[in-house]
Design a protein around this ligand. Structure first.
Ligand code: S3P
Length: 185
């Protein structure tokens, strides 16, 4: 039994990381555990645009997608605290990253290539993974993006272990970040 008081979040928790890192799976569990709403930024972008992310990329290109993503995330970060899953490129965009830095607690779900690939390979809806061999695309994105995700407030490894276990680790890491004086070393 954990006798400590429940973790209370002063700000939205924004999950960042590559496609397949588990942002939605862990985010939903985290929201339940913290008693907060769960919001998926990609779903909100699709709702606002009235079409799928693949269609936005196809019709308008990535730059327009990023602008829409920035607007939607900016709006969501003005809402009361919640758990927010963001698309893999959101934190890479400098303006969106600044917004998240000021208005959210950011958690990078860091995963190895094989874990990411195993999770994304069964699904074909991600436009960036259609540009070539998905494993090579992921490897390239890892080398470009990992140094930037590393600026997140909290970093937790997302492995092949059950999602509930990773969620426990996110909660512990958030506790250490938000209440360091109350967390035993
Ligand atoms: C993207 C990741 C996707 C989605 C879009 C672009 C990226 O979200 O936002 O296809 O740039 O990494 P997920 O990380 O939820 O798959």
């Amino acid at each position: 039994m954990d006798a400590r008081p429940p973790l209370s979040l002063p700000r939205t928790v924004a999950l960042v990381g590559l496609m397949g890192a588990g942002k939605s799976a862990i985010g939903k569990r985290l929201a339940l555990r913290l008693g907060l709403p769960f919001v998926d930024a990609d779903d909100e972008i699709e709702r606002a645009a009235g079409c799928s992310i693949a269609e936005i990329f196809e019709k308008y290109g990535e730059a327009d997608f990023r602008a829409g993503e920035r607007r939607v995330i900016s709006r969501l970060l003005d809402e009361p605290p919640h758990v927010l899953s963001t698309g893999g490129g959101a934190y890479i965009d400098p303006d969106t990253r600044d917004l998240m830095r000021t208005k959210a607690v950011t958690v990078w779900l860091r995963a190895e290539l094989d874990v990411l690939y195993d999770r994304v390979r069964k699904r074909a809806h991600r436009p960036l993974l259609r540009n070539g061999d998905p494993k090579e695309v992921l490897a390239r994105l890892m080398s470009q993006r990992y140094p930037i995700y590393a600026e997140a407030d909290v970093i937790v490894d997302s492995t092949a272990q059950p999602a509930d276990r990773t969620t426990d680790q996110v909660i512990e890491a958030l506790r250490a970040h938000l209440q360091p004086e109350k967390t035993p070393a």
